[in-house]
Design a protein around this ligand. Structure first.
Ligand SMILES: *Cc1c(COP(=O)(O)O)cnc(C)c1O
Length: 236
């Protein structure tokens, strides 16, 4: 078995154990494999092990990889699903609208409007999560929590987008109680938005180091890079 497929099995076991610990159905947590900085071969290896959803942060890298992966996989393989999870520049929305299935990192209305306008006719609506800065660090992307409801209202009216939920990247900490508090804050924010009458079904939260806390607080998508593909080398 390849290292990537072994790692995938281990991550799936971690998700299942974390779900069972809080009496959740393991299948209620989707695994997004974050393949940034890893090549098309690594994606193809994961796809061969049954992983079909991939997350990418850097647009040009992602577009190159999508094309290269297609030629590595047999034509009979199920289609891969691509999720954009990185910061979005407003002049780069078109290829995101054209080539991705999901965007997790929408944090302002201008970006949402452009994605809706630029989604190709005939394509299914683009699935959207709003990125919230749950730890309120100045350096991180995502909007302040109080902007989430107005943005959710705006996005839910855009024709070619489907508002799915919220995403956050909390400040890293080894303190599990603190991890859980931050994830709970995102869950409570989603509950408040739903209470205001805007449907949402997705909490995109949890990475390699904190997926257990995220699953305990209701994550429906965990975004896992390092634990599947290994340590990233940004110098390459
Ligand atoms: C890189 C990245 C991940 C994956 O992080 P790991 O710690 O490697 O699992 C998840 N989400 C986002 C937004 C990322 O940029």
């Amino acid at each position: 078995m390849s290292p990537v497929s072994q790692n995938l099995q281990a991550v799936r076991r971690r998700i299942a154990a974390a779900a069972e610990a809080v009496s959740r159905e393991p299948h209620s947590v989707a695994l997004l494999a974050v393949s940034k900085t890893f090549g098309p071969e690594a994606v193809a290896e994961a796809a061969a092990a049954g992983q079909l959803a991939f997350g990418e942060n850097y647009l040009q890298e992602a577009l190159d990889k999508m094309d290269a992966v297609t030629s590595l996989l047999p034509a009979s393989r199920p289609k891969l699903e691509w999720h954009f999870i990185g910061p979005i520049q407003s002049n780069k929305t078109r290829p995101i609208a054209e080539r991705f299935d999901w965007v997790h990192s929408v944090d302002r209305e201008k970006i949402a409007r452009r994605l809706s306008e630029q989604r190709p006719q005939g394509a299914p609506p683009l699935d959207i999560c709003l990125q919230v800065n749950i730890s309120e660090e100045a350096s991180k992307s995502g909007m302040p929590a109080e902007e989430a409801l107005p943005l959710a209202r705006a996005v839910s009216t855009l024709p070619n987008l489907r508002l799915r939920g919220l995403m956050a990247i909390p400040e890293p900490t080894d303190d599990v109680a603190r991890q859980r508090r931050e994830f709970a804050r995102l869950r409570e924010l989603m509950e408040a938005i739903r209470h205001a009458g805007i449907p949402m079904d997705t909490l995109s939260m949890g990475m390699s180091a904190d997926l257990e806390a995220a699953v305990a607080e209701g994550a429906t998508i965990v975004r896992i890079g390092t634990a599947i593909f290994g340590k990233r080398d940004y110098a390459k």
